[in-house]
Design a protein. Structure first.
Length: 321
């Protein structure tokens, strides 16, 4: 009697924050995907990131009807990075996908991504959308500036327009989970762990329902997180400019002494002196702030606080039953 071959499994991780409108729509689309790839097992892990609407209730409703649906509900909002990490920890699949619930990451793309990993020598397939269609002019400008900057100052590869949407083999997932840092920037971590990634260009569609939870300030802080997590160049720049300013100050001092001795010219130019003092003071405060940001990251790491705290999971439904 032949032994039954165990099916491969794909885990789909879906971070959610105030997405009650999108949960049933997303679930419907994922169901279509599972019927297309009916030779595979699936699990869908929703991460409720401390939502204040009925996101959790929507997830629990479908989890009661479909045993493939799993979830983690955080005790408060810990952020998308914590949500992705929690999903990776909970996943059991041979392949793991991370995607947004708003359907800007089309579930049907997983078919092509899975075929690529099976037929070609890659450990991960990721999507990027460099056109940034739908972004405002200001957001698009700052996004492009960020990628140009991070490309120059970071040793890890940063693909312009890279999405979090990707499908990875288990070996790569385990490597990512080995990095326990509290301050997480997953786009950099995906690159840092190495492995061979195939990038597929696509045009991200508009959000199906609801509104984005990312505003300019959140994106700005996220960009700073990426720079601080994968580059120490800002510290090098601050030290370099400090040396330059010291040299300029020394040259000015020599000029003033020579003018006074040779021509008896008194020191003048108080308005220009005030401007110089303000400029140098502002520069000092700027780079003190940069140093402070690096120190704050170190402070958060050494406290060894958990990346997230779980309030409940689908296991609680089983206990109640």
């Amino acid at each position: 009697m032949s032994k039954e071959v165990k099916k491969e499994k794909i885990s789909i991780i879906v971070p959610c924050y105030n997405e009650e409108e999108m949960i049933p729509i997303f679930y419907k689309e994922v169901n279509k995907l599972t019927k297309t790839l009916n030779n595979l097992d699936f699990e869908v892990i929703f991460i409720d990131d401390g939502s204040k609407d009925k996101t959790l209730e929507s997830v629990k409703k479908i989890a009661k009807e479909d045993k493939r649906i799993r979830y983690i509900s955080f005790s408060r909002n810990f952020g998308k990075e914590a949500g992705m990490y929690a999903g990776l920890e909970k996943s059991t699949g041979d392949y793991v996908a991370i995607m947004d619930v708003d359907l800007q990451d089309p579930p049907e793309m997983i078919v092509e991504m899975y075929d690529t990993l099976k037929k070609e020598d890659y450990d991960s397939v990721a999507l990027y959308s460099p056109e940034h269609k739908g972004y405002s002019f200001i957001r698009k400008t700052f996004t492009n500036m960020f990628y140009k900057l991070i490309e120059k100052i970071s040793s890890t590869e940063q693909i312009p327009g890279a999405r979090d949407f990707r499908l990875m083999k288990r070996k790569m997932v385990d490597a990512i989970l080995s990095l326990k840092e509290y301050n997480r920037y997953s786009k950099g971590i995906f690159s840092f762990v190495g492995f061979k990634t195939k990038w597929i260009k696509y045009e991200a569609p508009e959000r199906t329902a609801g509104t984005t939870k990312w505003n300019f300030w959140k994106l700005f802080k996220y960009a700073l997180e990426g720079i601080l997590a994968f580059s120490t160049t800002p510290l090098v720049i601050s030290a370099f400019l400090g040396v330059i300013f010291c040299l300029i100050a020394f040259i000015f001092l020599i000029v003033i002494i020579v003018k006074t001795i040779v021509w008896g010219d008194p020191v003048g130019g108080w308005p220009s002196l005030a401007c110089i003092i303000i400029f140098t003071s502002g520069t000092q405060l700027l780079f003190l702030g940069i140093i402070g940001m690096y120190l704050s990251k170190t402070y958060l790491e050494v406290k060894e606080r958990p990346i997230y705290i779980v309030r409940e999971t689908e296991e609680d439904i089983k206990k109640d039953n």
